[in-house]
Design a protein around this ligand. Sequence first.
Ligand SMILES: [Zn+2]
Length: 149
Amino acid sequence: MRRKPVSSSADLPYSPPPKPMDPARKAELKTLLLQAEFETVALIRSHSTPLSPVETEVDKEFDRMFVISHQVCLERIRQAYSRLLVDEIYGNCKTCGEPIAIEDLRAAWFLPACHTCRGKQAEEERTQTAIKAAQRALHEALPVLGPQS
Ligand SMILES: [Zn+2]
């Protein structure tokens, strides 16, 4: 095996290449995405033909929007499938790169982050909300400061 030449970007922060995916995990994720695709196609079909001959304009509009949003969803599932088969990165956390638990992906195939990173993000959001609430309370208590800009 030939060694790769040392790149000039050696002083950039090191980001490890994705680890090769465990074949059992890959097979499970494949099944999971095919199932999601199957269910989405079935939903699109069920809303593509009128349920009743006396469907109202509102019903038709609802079906049209339903089909459009599920077609977008279908496209995302197919992109995820390609990320799984070609790049072997589907199911990895976009923040830390670690594999997301299969049971979490079963509940929501589109999860972008692992349990740990989702927890950190939720904590960060709670902190930001608390800071904003405290700032609001401070400005209400001190009206002399004027409205918050
Ligand atoms: Zn993570």
